[in-house]
Design a protein around this ligand. Structure first.
Ligand code: NAP
Length: 348
């Protein structure tokens, strides 16, 4: 590599700069130009943003073979992919959830995984509330009727929805987003908040009057159940046929976490047979949702295409944080968010 940088640099400074510029970074998420420029100014950037079918792309495989770091989202990073990356030391995901990453395999290889918590919390909480409101007030179904020219008379009981204000909300997974939903529900909608998590959350209990319940009791007591737990081996199909049968027939289920936390076939049956009143879904077992999914035929479900964090402000903040994380990790700094920080203490 040619010498670059300020003419006044000493030999060691130039050497450090060259070493950094020799690091290869592979980008494969939609990143704003500002982030790509920063990455390109700091590293040898291989830009695969906006490309699909990456796992079958030989250029992508060749870039991974050289990569010191990656930044992206939506790609399954399993043992097979990690084995293709002999130099890899940092993986920066532009997501808070990391269920697509084999964290054990990364940690065994000493590869640091960084994610983007906090910056998306409020947007995802907004969408959770939006799905509660739209499923309870049947916004999708009734809007479709208006557009189809079927608004011929004043609405009557068959079109009525359910109140949200003052009802009981059960939150499954009381983490960052769960707490932000609890705040909106308790302070904005006068709701009684119940929650299920692995550990007690005294602050949410103190600030929003939330009460901890077993999952079964939460399902029995809630008018709205909002799923906000991460997808892990323990939470896969956490809400199945048995759990759905515990819910009130007047209750609504909202999933903004990951599709596989709910048994989708069981949910379809419960919705079809009106064993629960409705659902609002941002995430699905398979994404994009197939055009022939039975969910598409059901009126009592609101479907949106995984848009929890999809606002201009939040997606920009996530891209910036993921970029900051990667640059810090590859230049000797401390990333703001690390999933397996023990990797760094081992190598420090
Ligand atoms: P977080 O702060 O880590 O919170 C996760 C919560 O889930 C914690 O309270 C945790 O309990 C709880 N939990 C874990 N395992 C559980 C189990 N078996 N049963 C019940 N609760 C369990 O994460 P977050 O930032 O709030 O994000 C939550 C999830 O939302 C992410 O993992 C991601 O999958 C999803 N998400 C979706 C979108 C979207 O676009 N739809 C966007 C962002 C995030 P403890 O605290 O007791 O461990």
């Amino acid at each position: 590599m040619m010498s670059r940088g300020p003419a006044s640099w000493s030999g060691p400074e130039q050497a450090a700069y060259n070493a950094q510029m020799n690091k290869t970074v592979v980008a494969y998420a939609a990143l704003p130009p500002e982030c790509l420029e920063r990455l390109g100014a700091t590293f040898d950037l291989r830009d695969f943003t906006g490309r699909s079918g990456l796992r079958r792309n030989p250029d992508f495989a060749a870039a991974l073979a050289q990569a010191d770091g990656t930044i992206g989202a939506g790609l399954v990073v399993d043992r097979a992919l990690i084995a293709q990356c002999p130099k890899l030391s940092v993986v920066s995901t532009v997501t808070v959830g990391y269920d697509l990453y084999d964290v054990d395999a990364l940690t065994e290889r000493g590869i640091l995984l960084c994610n983007t918590p906090d910056v998306l919390t409020e947007s995802v909480a907004d969408l959770s509330i939006a799905l509660m409101l739209s499923s309870a007030r049947r916004l999708g179904e009734l809007e479709r009727r208006v557009r189809a020219g079927q608004w011929k008379r004043s609405v009557d009981a068959p079109e009525f929805g359910s109140d949200v204000y003052g009802k009981t909300l059960g939150i499954v997974g009381m983490g960052r987003i769960g707490a932000a939903v609890a705040r909106r529900a308790a302070l904005g909608f006068g709701m009684r908040v119940l929650y299920d998590a692995r550990s007690a959350k005294p602050e949410v209990e103190r600030d929003y009057g939330a009460q901890r319940r077993s999952l079964d009791d939460l399902l029995r007591e809630s008018d709205f159940v909002c799923v906000l737990a991460p997808l892990t081996p323990e939470t896969e199909k956490l809400i199945g046929a048995r759990e759905l049968s515990l819910m009130k027939s007047s209750a609504f289920l909202v999933n903004v976490a990951r599709g596989k936390v709910i048994d989708e076939a069981a949910l379809i049956e419960a919705l079809r047979e009106r064993r629960i009143a409705g659902a609002g879904l941002d995430v699905f077992e398979r994404e994009p949702l197939a055009a022939d999914s039975p969910l598409q035929q059901l009126d009592n479900v609101v479907l949106v295409p995984h848009i929890g964090s999809a606002t201009h402000e939040t997606r920009f903040a996530m891209a910036e944080l993921a970029t900051d994380n990667l640059i810090a990790a590859l230049t000797g700094g401390t990333p703001k968010a690390m999933v397996n920080p023990q990797v760094r203490s081992r190598t420090a």
